[in-house]
Design a binder for this molecule. Structure first.
Ligand SMILES: NC(=O)c1ccc[n+]([C@@H]2O[C@H](COP(=O)([O-])OP(=O)(O)OC[C@H]3O[C@@H](n4cnc5c(N)ncnc54)[C@H](OP(=O)(O)O)[C@@H]3O)[C@@H](O)[C@H]2O)c1
Length: 323
């Protein structure tokens, strides 16, 4: 009799694994996020919340602004290009059940940390609070380590790391006072696994995980949540403004429509689901990148062995979404 139960449990376990593998083949995000997207809280549960998005003058941040506008969030839009932010604001007003005073355009250079205090003050004066801060602004970099100057490493760290932690530190006291808040960070799957030809970018994204994972633990008692968003290749302007190995040089390369990347719209939808459900970490990518993320997380030694066998060229192709 007990053997019969063992068989049932074994078959159930095997069936579970098979179902998960099939789900994984067709997934464009980690399975737990896809579950939450279907059965968890919807983005409109964020209605009325004050959400500050940095880096929303293009790409992922821009489309996230549209998703959250549709959900009825009040928004602060930040980046350096004010005319692009005004364009995004106009679109948000078309998409969402919100009015002019629900959107504040707040130009900001995240690398200019001396401006953060004033920027936070202006936001608090306007809305009185920040419920969600999305640290999305960022730049990428492409070059071999041996061809990358230390000035490029420093500039990347200033924008992608120091900028995010400085703004977060400035917003945090306001969240602590209210014992409520949510910090969201657009990291990358390059913050989970080493990627050739992008070591400096990886360095900055790995650093974010260390700092924000620590913040999550320190902020538990203040009920402040932290969500790390880790996209793989996504359509955006990132390769246009991407640094190379030498200071002042840009890659200036537009993405091709046939590259294997998640659309900006879909990435924003999945991010909104992650934010609404306060998921601690989400992965957004098509195959085979998503599979590599799972291998890195659960079988790191196999992944390290495989990465060396695949070599720099193959991994660069996968990273760029080229077939
Ligand atoms: N696209 C991908 O494949 C991918 C994959 C993984 C992670 N990500 C991450 O997603 C985030 C958004 O990138 P994206 O792909 O949407 O690229 P994008 O279209 O180039 O957007 C980058 C945004 O960051 C802003 N930004 C850059 N430097 C800034 C600075 N110093 N101060 C303030 N804002 C700044 C840009 O605005 P201004 O130029 O107007 O300042 C722009 O709004 C980045 O953190 C990136 O690392 C992207």
């Amino acid at each position: 009799m007990s053997c019969c139960w063992c068989d049932v449990l074994l078959y159930a376990f095997v069936a579970f694994i098979v179902v998960q593998l099939i789900r994984l083949i067709f997934a464009d995000a980690d399975l737990s996020l896809l579950w939450k997207e279907k059965f968890g809280k919807k983005a409109d549960s964020l209605k009325g919340q004050v959400v500050w998005i940095t880096g929303c003058s293009s790409g992922i941040g821009e489309y996230l602004a549209y998703e959250l506008a549709k959900a009825g969030c009040r928004l602060i839009l930040s980046a350096r290009r004010i005319e692009e932010l005004e364009r995004v604001k106009k679109q948000c007003l078309i998409y969402g059940p919100i009015s002019d005073e629900d959107i504040l355009v707040a130009p900001l250079d995240v690398a200019d940390v001396s401006s953060h205090e004033g920027a936070v003050e202006a936001v608090i004066n306007h809305f009185g609070q920040v419920d969600v801060l999305v640290n999305n602004a960022g730049r990428s970099q492409r070059a071999m380590i041996c061809d990358t100057s230390i000035e490029v490493d420093r500039e990347m760290i200033d924008i992608n790391v120091v900028g995010q932690i400085s703004l977060t530190k400035t917003v945090l006291p306001h969240m602590r006072k209210r014992k409520s808040g949510h910090i969201v960070v657009t990291s990358s799957l390059a913050g989970k696994m080493g990627v050739p030809f992008s070591a400096t970018y990886c360095l900055t994204k790995f650093a974010l995980h260390g700092w924000f994972d620590s913040l999550r633990i320190e902020s538990c008692s203040d009920d402040i949540k932290v969500t790390m968003i880790c996209p793989g290749p996504v359509f955006s302007d990132i390769t246009k403004h991407c640094f190379t190995g030498q200071k002042g040089q840009l890659l200036n390369q537009a993405m091709k429509s046939n590259e294997k990347r998640v659309t900006t719209q879909r990435c924003a939808e999945l991010m909104a689901a992650g934010i609404a459900n306060q998921v601690e970490e989400v992965w957004i990518a098509l195959q085979p990148v998503l599979l590599l993320a799972y291998l890195t997380q659960y079988f790191p030694s196999i992944m390290k062995w495989l990465a060396c066998r695949l070599g720099v060229k193959t991994l660069m192709k996968v990273r760029e979404g080229r077939n």
